[in-house]
Design a binder for this molecule. Sequence first.
Ligand code: UDP
Length: 238
Amino acid sequence: PATRPAYNRVMLKISGEALMGSQGFGLHPPTVERIAQEVKSVHDLGVEICMVIGGGNIFRGLQGSAQGMERTTADYMGMLATVMNALAMQSALESLGVFTRVISAIPMDQVCEPYIRRRAVRHLEKKRVVIFAAGTGNPYFTTDTAATLRANEMGCEAIFKGTKVDGVYDKDPVEHDDAVRYERISYDEVLAQHLGVMDASAIALARENDVPIIVFSLDEPGGFKGILAGEGTYTKVQ
Ligand code: UDP
């Protein structure tokens, strides 16, 4: 048998934009399915998986407020967008035979379960992938913070932040050929250098509970599973 996975329970945070493929907006079903496959391959190792998906492919509160909408209303719209993404991911995972639950920070009983911490833990123990929707349920927060909050509450051993690049660099690797990737970096350095790993409140919350953040590329097929098997390139924020 293969070696034991590096972690038994993890949080996977992806942005809403990761689901839109090359479309520039909304949901691209083949892309959703590809990510679901990545999740399934890790689930197959016996790893307990929490997920938080952003909403930026549909609506961002800041965009709405920049267009004159009241900020809190716009943020609620952003939170609702994350519910749509969670349902899309649920559907894709279940069509691959992975049992899931969507749990919303804002109760909407006909659509998904409300957030009850002990119940969510029980789902994980039963090897259901738990997708946390509607962020923290509060305006002025982000889904990065929601992911960290739920990771702390669920006792996740690591937060996997799937991005377009394979880690944290000293400058934008897309624009600079000489950008250097960090193997490891501290929470404090990320905050001091304003490295765009996650927003500052999310980093501080992860530091609070000593949960490492693994920044890796979602575009790399097999990348998520590889890291759990001790392979691949990534940055560990700790
Ligand atoms: N949001 C919020 N509170 C939360 C999480 C999210 O108000 O706890 C809103 C906020 O307006 C945000 C939107 O939901 O712009 C979508 O989330 P986010 O921007 O984090 O998505 P991502 O960039 O990861 O796709």
